[in-house]
Design a protein around this ligand. Structure first.
Ligand code: AMP
Ligand code: GLY
Length: 429
C-alpha cells in the first residue's frame, strides 16, 4: 500500500510512525511533513487546504490511501476531492467535518440525536446590542463558571472558562458568533473512534491537559500532554459512550445525507450524571494520538483503509499492548501566546520523541523550533508511573532555550488520586 499523509504536526508524526510500522505499507509520503516525519516518509510540498492540489498530489504519487491529519483541510473539502478521484481517503467530507468546524452545528446534531451534552445558546454578533444582551442572559441562566466558545475553528484556544463574568463578556465580544454553555464538572476523557460512517471502533480512552500550567492553571492551549489508558474510568464507560453518543451521532449524520467516515473525536466530561460531550473533533486528537497509537498493536494502515473503504464491519477486533503511555509536550517561549521560533533544538533524535513545530534551518540543516508546541516525549511503561518516568527522562534530554512544559502530566492518575464523581440520577426534564 502507498499512503499519503497530510499534515506536519506531532499528531502526524505519531501517525507516520504507526503507518510506517505497518508491514502492508510499501511507501509513505507526507505533505508537508516535518523533520521528524522525514525519518520515515518522503516529504512533498502541497497547499493542505486546497482540495484540488491535494487530490492531484494523491494521484501523482499513486496513493492507495490518503490520511488527513488536521481539521482545516477536512473542513475545506480535501477528503471529497480525493474520493472524487477514486482514491480511498481516511477523513470525513467537508459537510461531515462541520461537526468540528462549527460548534453550533455540533450542538444541533447532538440535540437531534439526543446526545447528552451541556445546555448551550448560540449567539450571533455578541459584541453589541441584541447579541450582547443575549450573551448576558445566557451567562446568568447557566451561572458560573462561565463557558464561552468562539463558534469557528480556533486550534483549542477559542474557549474561555472563567468565574469572571466581565472576562466572559469580553471574550464573547471579540467573536463573530459564540456558544455560551453550561459548565460541566468532572474529569475529561478523549475517546477517539475510527468509523466508516456506520461501523465504529473505539481506541483506548485518553486524557489530555489543555491548560498551559501545572495544576490546570493558565490559558488553554492545543494540549500540553496526555496519557492512556485511564485507570480511574469506571468500567463500561466506553460502551456507554458508544451507545449514547457515537452511534446516535453517526446515525444522525447518515440521516442528514452527510455520513461521517474517519476519526470521530469525542471530548467528554465524566460528570455525576454520566458522560457528557464537551466537543467533537473530526480528526485524531493532538497530543492524544501520541499516546494511543504506540499502544495499538493492530496494523494502522489496514485499519484506516478499512474505514476509508466502508469495510470496517469486517475488520478484526483491535489488539492493544499492555501497559501505559504518557506524552509530555515541550513548548516554545511565549506559547500559547506568540511563540518564539528559530531556536536550536538538541536531543530530539531519540526514540519516543515526536516532533511537532520543528524545521531544518538553512543552510546548516540544524533542527530549530518552528511553532508553539515544538515536540513531545512519549514514554511507555508497565503502568502510568513507569510511563511518566520514561516520558520525563526524554524531556529532560531536550535542549531548547526558554522552553516550558508541565511537570504534572498523568501525576494524579498515576498516584490513584483521580476518580469519576459518584453517579447520581440526572434531574428530571
Ligand atoms: P473545546 O475546544 O470545546 O474542547 O474546549 C476546550 C476546553 O475547555 C475543554 O477541554 C474543557 O477543558 C473546557 N470546556 C469546554 N466546554 C466546557 C464545559 N461546558 N464545561 C467545562 N469545561 C469546558
Ligand atoms: N487534544 C485536543 C484536540 O486535539 O483537540
Amino acid at each position: 500500500m502507498r499512503v499519503l499523509l497530510l499534515g506536519g504536526g506531532g499528531r502526524e508524526h505519531a501517525l507516520a510512525l504507526g503507518l510506517a510500522a505497518d508491514p502492508a505499507v510499501e511507501e509513505l509520503i507526507a505533505a508537508p511533513g516535518n523533520p521528524g516525519i522525514a525519518t520515515v516518509a518522503r516529504l512533498r510540498q502541497v497547499q493542505p487546504t486546497d482540495p484540488a492540489s491535494v487530490a492531484a498530489l494523491a494521484a501523482e504519487v499513486r496513493a492507495d490511501l490518503v490520511v488527513v491529519g488536521p481539521e482545516a483541510p477536512l473542513v475545506a473539502g480535501v477528503a471529497d476531492a480525493v474520493r472524487a478521484r477514486g482514491i480511498p481517503c481516511f477523513g470525513p467530507s467537508g459537510a461531515a467535518a462541520r461537526i468540528e468546524g462549527s460548534k453550533a452545528f455540533a450542538k444541533d446534531v447532538m440535540a437531534a440525536a439526543g446526545v447528552p451534552t451541556a445546555r448551550a445558546r448560540a449567539v450571533q454578533n455578541p459584541g453589541s446590542g441584541v447579541g450582547a444582551a443575549l450573551v448576558a442572559q445566557a451567562l446568568d441562566e447557566f451561572g458560573p463558571p462561565y463557558v464561552v466558545k468562539d463558534d469557528g475553528l480556533a486550534a483549542g484556544k477559542g474557549v474561555v472558562v472563567t468565574g469572571d463574568r466581565s472576562a466572559a463578556i469580553e471574550h464573547a465580544a471579540g467573536c463573530g458568533r459564540v456558544v455560551v454553555e453550561e459548565y460541566l464538572a468532572g474529569p475529561e476523557v478523549s475517546l477517539l473512534v475510527v468509523t466508516d460512517g456506520e461501523a465504529a471502533l473505539p481506541l483506548l480512552p485518553a486524557q489530555d491537559f489543555k491548560r498551559v500550567g501545572d495544576g490546570d492553571t493558565g490559558p488553554n492551549t492545543g494540549g500540553m500532554g496526555a496519557y492512556a489508558p485511564l485507570p480511574w474510568l469506571p468500567p463500561g464507560t466506553v460502551d456507554e459512550v458508544m451507545a449514547a453518543v457515537v452511534r446516535p451521532t453517526l446515525a444522525e449524520l447518515r440521516h442528514r445525507g452527510t455520513p461521517f467516515a474517519g476519526l470521530l473525536y469525542v471530548g467528554l466530561a465524566i460528570t455525576s450524571h454520566g458522560p457528557r460531550v464537551i466537543e467533537f473533533n473530526a480528526r485524531f486528537g493532538d497530543p492524544e494520538t501520541q499516546v494511543v497509537l504506540p499502544l495499538l498493536e493492530t496494523p494502522l494502515a489496514g485499519l484506516l483503509h478499512a474505514a476509508a473503504t466502508g469495510t470496517l464491519a469486517g475488520h478484526p477486533p483491535l489488539r492493544w499492548r499492555s501497559g501505559a503511555a504518557v506524552t509530555v509536550v515541550v513548548a516554545s517561549a511565549g506559547y500559547p501566546g506568540t511563540p518564539r521560533t528559530g531556536d536550536v533544538i538538541t536531543g530530539a533524535e531519540r526514540t519516543g520523541i515526536v516532533q511537532a513545530g520543528t524545521a531544518r534551518r538553512d543552510p546548516d540543516g540544524a533542527l530549530v523550533s518552528a511553532g508553539g508546541r515544538v515536540l513531545s516525549g512519549t514514554g511507555l511503561g508497565a503502568d502510568l508511573d513507569a510511563a511518566r518516568t520514561a516520558a520525563y527522562e526524554l524531556v529532560a534530554g531536550i535542549g531548547l532555550p526558554d522552553s516550558h512544559h508541565r511537570s504534572d502530566i498523568a501525576a494524579l492518575a498515576a498516584a490513584g488520586r483521580l476518580a469519576a464523581p459518584v453517579r447520581t440520577a440526572p434531574p428530571a426534564h
